[in-house]
Design a protein around this ligand. Structure first.
Ligand code: BGP
Length: 464
């Protein structure tokens, strides 16, 4: 049996906007707004209004998740739900009651809460008024919201996260148009990246003012790490991979853990005339307020080759003037999602964190397999027989285990996700859950993967 360390956390991840539904929300986030104005953009026209109905079903949902062996749950508090007035940072009492009830119900079910503060869900008012994280003023408003969360819920929540996947905000909202406001502006994406790192540092500063160095409380960030692999050993391909690694991973990892930006990245951005606007005071804050714990979302690697120079120019600066994506022959694909399946990268991440990032405590904060039309695999009792998902988790856990055996300080595995949830533009096309959600009846049924997860979580390991 492959056994994991005794303090290993077996959990699941979701987010407020993808599970709660918009019930009783006073404000819209960018997705609520985008859907209300352009529903056709969303798969099957399904929006975030009901999601998996967690707002109404949280008690039953949490009990069911516990039955599927989920002993820790990462979700998020929605800024656009909790706060009444964004400038004054006053709270909405219905939302306070809701999140209090959720946290209490988690603890009653023996589920450890891990709370994230931003899962792509900028309040639309702040996006329209200030450009969201394009503005440094919004980084202060964000830290204020975070502080409210610590004060309201910090007596019970020990693990906090400042952001989920900031890189996806850049890709979606500022480069490749899959998040509102659908801008295409490379230089602006560079500034947004900087401002998010700054917002994270400001949030950590508020946290430390409240808790000092209380060992019982930890704050971190969740990054989607996509190790960059070069298509060949040629100098050009390797340079492309080096930039891709800087841009996709180190731009967030380095400030979060080492407190500074990679020199090479700064050099390139400066040379290209797109370096972020910064002050020494801000850099000092980023240097001081580093994280205690890292969450790693891992789905797929990043394979790159040297760019086709002819079609790209410095005039319209985009990060991909430095690389092209590369489709490796023979790669194993999750065809439904279009992502390569490459568990070995999880081992590489483990070793990278061990050797280059102070062997900081970390955990897999998302990993999972999205499959469309899962009713194909459902029996007459509504149980989905999802061996493919069990194999996916096993293969990734084996690689993770190898990294842990070799000294990487990883202490948990959170599957994406517990209950099938709504997803950004994909709505319910790809299902990821250990538990199926029938979106018409809201009946929720544990899949085979949920039974396997329970056994694995109870045994702290599995038979290979
Ligand atoms: C991650 C996000 C999640 C989730 C997941 C699956 O990037 O943090 O919110 O959605 O990807 O992606 P998708 O739902 O688009 O298939």
């Amino acid at each position: 049996m492959l056994k994991f360390p005794s303090d290993f956390a077996w959990g699941a991840a979701t987010s407020g906007p993808q599970s709660e539904g918009t019930f009783k929300k006073k404000h819209q986030n960018v997705f609520d707004y985008w859907y209300a104005n352009d529903p056709d953009k969303f798969y099957d026209g399904v929006g975030p209004d009901t999601a998996s109905n967690f707002f109404n079903d949280y008690k039953e949902d949490l009990a069911l998740m516990r039955k599927a062996g989920i002993k820790s749950l990462r979700t998020s508090i929605q800024w656009s739900r909790l706060i009444d007035d964004f400038e004054k940072c006053t709270v909405n009492q219905d939302a306070v009651d809701f999140y209090n009830n959720v946290i209490n119900a988690m603890l009653e079910n023996g589920i450890e809460p891990y709370m994230n503060l931003c899962h792509f869900d900028m309040p639309v008012e702040l996006q329209h008024k200030y450009g969201g994280f394009e503005s440094k003023h919004v980084t202060d408003l964000y830290a204020g919201f975070a502080e409210q969360c610590f004060k309201l819920f910090g007596d019970r929540v020990k693990n906090w996260f400042t952001f989920n996947e900031p890189k996806v905000i850049l890709d979606g909202a500022y480069l490749y148009q899959f998040h509102y406001p659908l801008k295409v502006d490379g230089p602006l994406s560079v500034q947004v990246a900087y401002n998010i790192n700054l917002a994270s540092a400001k949030t950590i500063e508020r946290f430390r003012k409240l808790y000092g160095n209380d060992d019982d409380k930890r704050i971190g960030i969740i990054l989607n790490l996509t190790p960059a692999y070069s298509a060949s050993d040629s100098k050009e391909d390797k340079e492309a991979a080096e930039f891709a690694e800087l841009w996709a991973n180190k731009m967030f990892l380095d400030p979060a853990i080492l407190g500074c930006y990679p020199e090479k990245l700064v050099e390139i951005l400066k040379r290209d005339g797109v370096l972020w606007d910064y002050t020494q005071e801000e850099l000092d804050l980023i240097a001081k307020e580093t994280i205690d714990v890292l969450g790693v979302n891992y789905y797929h690697p990043f394979r790159v080759k040297a760019p086709e120079v002819s079609s790209k120019s410095l005039q319209d600066w985009m990060p991909d003037i430095y690389f092209d994506e590369y489709e490796m022959p023979g790669r194993v694909m999750n065809v439904d999602k279009g992502w390569e399946i490459f568990p070995e990268a999880l081992y590489d991440i483990a070793i990278n964190v061990r050797d280059n990032y102070k062997n900081i405590p970390w955990f897999v904060s998302e990993n999972g397999m999205g499959v469309s039309r899962e009713e194909r695999f459902m029996d007459e009792n509504g149980v989905v027989h999802d061996d493919y998902r069990i194999n996916f988790m096993k293969n990734h856990l084996k690689e993770l285990h190898r990294g842990i055996e070799e000294g990487s300080n990883c202490h948990g595995y959170f599957v994406w996700t517990g209950i099938d949830c709504w997803s950004w533009m994909n709505a319910y096309r790809n299902r990821y859950g250990l538990i199926r959600d029938d979106i018409h009846t809201q009946i929720k049924t544990i899949k085979d993967s949920g039974r396997w997860f329970k056994e694995t979580s109870d045994n702290n390991g599995f038979e290979e």
